[in-house]
Write a protein that binds this ligand. Structure first.
Ligand code: THU
Length: 130
């Protein structure tokens, strides 16, 4: 992974709205055209209404006209390595391929890289819907 994706995730993390958990997270997606879309977690006082950094980044990609995820970087200020939550794995998988790389980062850079199908094995997929 080139450094720019990690830097984008780290910059986004600083823009989180996480007054309740005080657990800043940043994510950055490189789309199929090479463009980077970043996001942070955004919390709401009605706790279940908040959402994750990965979800913000996906939203930015879609609104910028992006369609497919080439690679992802995730960084959390207070965790050496922040595996995406279950819901975000499913959301990332919607726009990723089995071999799309997800880079789990610490404050310095990438700590561990996983494929999408390692993060979400046996994913729900069907041709019956849609
Ligand atoms: N969070 C993320 O943004 N991404 C993850 O992959 C895991 C968790 C956020 C959600 C919430 O704002 C905070 O971290 C604590 O759970």
């Amino acid at each position: 992974m080139s450094r720019d994706l990690f830097e984008a995730a780290r910059t986004a993390m600083a823009r989180c709205h996480a007054p309740y958990s005080k657990f800043p997270v940043g994510a950055a997606i490189r789309d199929a055209d090479g463009r980077i879309h970043a996001g942070a977690n955004i919390e709401v006082i009605s706790f279940p209404e908040g959402w994750c950094a990965e979800t913000t980044a996906i939203s930015h990609m879609i609104m910028a006209g992006g369609h497919r995820i080439r690679e992802v970087a995730v960084v959390a200020e207070k965790l050496e390595l922040c595996p995406p939550c279950g819901g975000c794995r499913q959301r990332l998988a919607e726009f990723a391929d089995a071999d799309t790389l997800v880079h789990l980062c610490d404050a310095e850079g990438v700590r561990q890289t996983m494929r999408m199908d390692e993060l979400l094995p046996f994913a729900f997929e069907t041709e019956v819907i849609g």
